[in-house]
Write a new protein. Structure first.
Length: 158
């Protein structure tokens, strides 16, 4: 399944969530083109999706300012932890660590502020093809497992 959006109501368009997702997506493309590593690019792409899907709901629930603060401090903290843990000091790896921290903050805020939210996704499995809704907690668990697997496969080097 490919997550598309959450079911929360918004008064305005999720501009900051879209911008954060775009930056992470462009970083994934740059990591892929420059040869920084496929796992790193996949992690950045995964984070871009999480920032878009969960960020839109968070931006509507807590506002752009709080989304920006959470993403900024989550990103800085994760990059610092990656450095201390011995990750490669390349821009792509630190960017992936920062994007993962920002996505983590966004997903956690979404789960705390919008506990009953559901995520609309596109199922590609033939018998279940079409639009389906899953609880946001299920998508958060899927994102977390995929992020851990990509990091274990070497997305953060070191």
């Amino acid at each position: 399944m490919i997550p598309l959006r959450d079911d929360t109501e918004r008064e305005r368009a999720p501009v900051l969530a879209g911008l954060l997702a775009l930056v992470a997506g462009l970083a994934a493309l740059v990591a892929l083109v420059t040869g920084a590593g496929g796992w790193t690019a996949l992690l950045l792409g995964l984070d871009a999706g999480a920032l878009w899907v969960f960020g839109a709901g968070v931006e509507g629930a807590v506002g752009r300012g709080w989304l920006l603060v959470g993403a900024l401090f989550g990103g800085l903290g994760a990059a610092a932890i990656a450095l201390v843990a011995g990750a490669d000091e390349t821009a792509a790896v630190l960017g992936a660590a920062a994007a993962t921290g920002a996505a983590f903050e966004t997903v956690a805020t979404h789960l705390l502020r919008l506990p009953g939210a559901r995520i609309l996704g596109l199922a590609l499995v033939p018998l279940f093809a079409g639009l389906r809704e899953l609880p946001a907690a299920a998508w958060a668990a899927i994102w977390a497992v995929l992020a851990v697997v990509l990091i274990a496969l070497g997305a953060l080097g070191g």
